[in-house]
Design a protein around this ligand. Structure first.
Ligand code: ZN
Length: 92
């Protein structure tokens, strides 16, 4: 399975939310928490929300909701809200 890195940005304020390791070639519908890396400069509150698997994935720039925790998913994942985020490919 091919694996690649995506940069997830908020569609509203363009804040860089996280780096995500995407597997497979399908479209991005959900993000597994174990593959999300918060940027160094993000607030501790945001990093903790990922650690604690908070019910919502929110932008720390404008508080827009980007995804909602899927209660049935194992491992834990966020179902992303269409139009709330933008993704960019990261070349490594
Ligand atoms: Zn935002």
């Amino acid at each position: 399975m091919p694996s690649r890195f995506l940069a997830i940005h908020c569609s509203k304020c363009d804040t860089f939310i996280a780096k995500y390791r995407k597997e497979g070639s399908g479209s991005l519908i959900r993000m597994y928490l174990e593959r999300i890396s918060a940027p160094e400069e993000s607030p501790t509150e945001f990093k903790n929300s990922l650690k604690e698997k908070s019910a919502r994935l929110s932008c720390y720039g404008c508080s827009q909701t980007l995804g909602k925790l899927n209660p049935k998913s194992s491992p834990a994942s966020y179902n992303l809200i269409k139009g709330a985020y933008r993704k960019k490919k990261i070349d490594d």
